[in-house]
Write a protein that binds this ligand. Structure first.
Ligand code: TRP
Length: 432
């Protein structure tokens, strides 16, 4: 067992003001998870992602401040977690390019967000890619880089993001297949109970539907917004349905089992909608009120948030910079003067001695070492498995003379030990 902690990572796109849906679906669970012992958490502001949706610089800046302040007000301890801004880690866009080069274009064609845009264009009789930026198309790769940069095991996300995590897994596997084991394929973690919170109109609470309740509304604003939650026309005294009631579902996301049960009973007993809304207002306000002062303070002191994010960015880069150096080396972006770069030109390969493994009619497995001209220097006896042969070759390559002695009972008598050792040396130099 390794003692590596389990790594959690999640990001929020800095494209708007955090709302109750973000709070119960992402902010709250991530703050809770960060308190779990044995867990290392990475939480970040996905501002590169915001550029895909938003071309208003002030809005991105404002949203970054608001989301960071929300996370902090909700109790995120930046000492305990790595809390950073995506754009403070320039290794992420670099990794995006590496992953771009191992991701099939066809895979990206099938990404939900891109496909939805294409389908909409087609339905309108427009060109398939009309108004679709390459940024939207590449969204899943940037997200893959976010996750793989820190080799996160678990990624808490909403249902709509599962496909992206699966794509990140594929990217990890494709890269590993080509360049060796560098990435951990991540897994999505879905909070079943809170995956989607309905908005004012009953559809999913989302910036794009303009049906959200901002997390840090004042009590008065909160009251006004809650008054606007869609209900049916049943009069006070008439029993009401909890099923399909946005008001009930929002309440449930904040309330305990017991509180939820009490409201369910009140619905059955015909509570007036106005009274139900009052109960919801009190419950949300009770949750948010203790955080308001901290939130307000941070919004008024952006320099404090900035300092925390810069410190977090440093922690993130302490991991990302050396990891990226390793990845650059793995793909062949290397100094021309070091180690593996000394790789001889291809033609030189044939001037090297070589091991060969093969099977004979007797069903046994053999290996031999021949020099560049094909003269056999070392010949094994028949072995029971290809694995034994492989292990012996490995030992000879690694330990030279020592291995030659140790493996004597697998080998035919060696005629020219000096030539064998020279050949093994040449192979070692090549591999270094
Ligand atoms: N795409 C996510 C969203 O819009 C935000 C995000 C960006 C993210 N990178 C991520 C989430 C990496 C988890 C992991 O909600």
């Amino acid at each position: 067992m390794s003692s590596t902690p389990v790594r959690f990572l999640t990001g929020i796109t800095t494209s708007g003001t955090p709302h109750l849906g973000n709070y119960v679906g992402s902010i709250l669970p991530s703050v809770r998870a960060s308190l779990t012992p044995g867990v290392q958490s990475f939480y970040f502001l996905a501002d590169y992602h915001a550029l895909i949706k938003i071309d208003e610089p002030e809005r991105i800046q404002r949203s970054t401040l608001e989301i960071a302040a929300s996370w902090l007000a909700a109790g995120l301890d930046p000492e305990r977690v790595v809390f950073y801004r995506q754009s403070d880690v320039p290794e992420i866009p670099e990794l995006t390019w590496f992953l771009t080069c191992v991701t099939g274009k066809g895979v990206l064609n099938r990404a939900h967000a891109y496909k939805a845009s294409v389908d909409k264009n087609m339905a309108n009789g427009a060109d398939a890619d009309s108004d679709v930026t390459a940024g939207l198309f590449m969204y899943p790769v940037l997200m893959g880089a976010d996750i793989l940069m820190f080799n996160a095991h678990h990624v808490p996300v909403g249902r709509d993001q599962i496909q992206h995590i699966e794509m990140a897994r594929d990217m990890a596997n494709s890269f590993n297949h080509r360049y060796g084991e560098h990435f951990v394929p991540p897994q999505a973690v879905i909070e079943e109970s809170v995956a989607t919170l309905p908005g004012l109109d009953g559809r999913k609470m989302s910036k794009s539907y303009d049906n959200t309740i901002p997390l840090f509304s004042s009590r008065e604003q909160l009251k006004k917004l809650i008054a606007g939650i869609k209900t049916d026309s049943r009069a006070p005294g008439e029993p009401k349905d909890t099923e399909g009631s946005a008001l009930f579902q929002i309440y449930q996301a904040f309330a305990s089992e017991v509180e939820t049960q009490a409201l369910r009973q009140a619905y059955a007993d015909g509570i007036a909608w106005g009274d139900a809304k009052q109960i919801l207002l009190e419950r949300i306000d009770q949750e948010v009120a203790p955080m308001r002062a901290r939130y307000q303070h941070l919004i008024e002191h952006p320099e404090e948030v900035e300092a925390l994010l810069l410190a977090g960015g440093k922690k993130a880069r302490a991991i990302a910079t050396p990891f990226m150096a390793k990845l650059r080396n793995a793909v062949g972006l290397r100094s021309l003067t070091t180690g593996a770069t000394q790789a001889k030109p291809k033609a030189a390969k044939s001037s090297l001695p070589a091991f060969k493994q093969y099977r004979e009619k007797d069903g046994k497995f053999y290996f031999k070492l021949a020099d560049a001209k094909g003269v056999v220097l070392l010949q094994s006896l028949g072995l029971e498995s290809p694995k034994t042969a492989g292990v012996s070759i490995g030992l000879l390559q690694k330990d030279g003379a020592c291995a030659l002695t140790a493996l004597a009972d697998q080998l035919k008598p060696v005629e020219d030990p000096a030539a064998v050792l020279a050949a093994l040396d040449a192979l070692r130099a090549e591999a270094a």
